[in-house]
Write a protein that binds this ligand. Structure first.
Ligand SMILES: Nc1ncnc2c1ncn2[C@@H]1O[C@H](COP(=O)(O)OP(=O)(O)OP(=O)(O)O)[C@@H](O)[C@H]1O
Ligand SMILES: [Mg+2]
Length: 269
């Protein structure tokens, strides 16, 4: 039963958001338990891979305290507001539309000092009050862990699917298992794990140097009953070229192992 104007307003907004979400294609949350495992690199690369194939792609950065998507895409400038007061996602490519708090800050080094409710409102605004075009894919880059940002996405996007990124490092595996319990508890379906940074491609001899035994992530996959969707190695050459050419890692070296692994992963979505 509707009891207050606030209640009514919330329900109307949720309905409006559901209508919007129907036009936003397949939705993927790239998440992890531990930080620094490669989420932003993987998420931005998947968005580029799908856009490169001609799909209409949206990319939303909900890592408000470390919004790295614009840096990963070398996307500068400020988000504009249209005549209806809606945020206009920035075009990183002709068919790749991006929203990140970073492109709304007055100063690039500004910190976002928000508690949960403010982040909830920002995510609802990013989805429901932004001028997204019709999309085939909608990727969400999240901060590490199971905080407000992931919770809001899981709660409001009913057809959300998660891609859980981990390295073979012990703490990352422990935290990935926690992240998976969060996904189960929120009823979010998880399509699988990405084993990130398990090998290092030597920039000199191009051979693989094992950093973490593959068996470690395999054991986690068995425990959680999840498939390993991809193994994305440390690719120092691709990362180096990305910086020197000021291009996203996915585009800096098209024949790199990194890019090939992302293309294979994108095919599975
Ligand atoms: N496969 C890779 N090969 C080489 N460098 C990589 C690879 N994946 C990530 N990196 C680099 O490692 C660093 C951390 O990656 P990234 O920012 O994608 O992780 P994250 O999980 O998003 O971190 P956070 O939890 O802080 O958001 C970045 O500098 C990125 O460029
Ligand atoms: Mg990140």
């Amino acid at each position: 039963m509707i009891t207050t104007i606030g209640d009514l307003d919330r329900r109307l907004r949720q309905k409006e958001m559901e209508e919007k979400l129907k036009r936003m294609g397949k939705k993927y949350l790239v998440m992890s338990g531990k930080g620094g495992v490669g989420k932003t690199s993987i998420c931005s690369s998947l968005a580029l891979a799908k856009a490169q194939k001609g799909a209409s792609v949206g990319l939303m950065d909900v890592d408000f305290h470390g919004p790295n998507i614009p840096a990963a895409l070398f996307l500068e400038g400020r988000i504009q507001v249209d005549s209806e007061g809606r945020l206009v996602p920035m075009k990183a490519r002709e068919n790749l539309h991006v929203l990140s708090i970073q492109n709304l800050l007055t100063l690039p080094d500004e910190a976002v000092l928000w508690r949960g409710p403010r982040k909830l409102r920002a995510i609802l605004q990013f989805i429901g009050e932004a001028a997204w075009p019709e999309l085939d894919y909608f990727f969400i880059d999240s901060p590490p862990g199971t905080g407000d940002e992931a919770l809001t996405c899981a709660k409001y996007i009913s057809d959300l699917k998660a891609i859980l990124v981990t390295t073979g490092q012990a703490l990352s595996l422990v935290d990935a298992a926690k992240a998976y319990s969060f996904l189960l508890a929120t009823g979010t379906s998880t399509i699988g794990l990405v084993d990130s940074m398990g090998d290092l491609i030597c920039p000199h001899c191009k051979k693989e140097i094992i950093i973490h035994d593959k068996a470690l992530v395999e054991a986690l996959a068995q425990k959680l009953k999840l498939p390993i969707l991809a193994r994305v190695p440390w690719d120092l050459e691709a990362a180096g070229l990305s910086e020197s050419l000021s291009k996203p890692i996915f585009e800096a070296a098209p024949s790199s192992v990194f890019t090939q692994k992302i293309l294979e992963l994108a095919e599975k979505l």
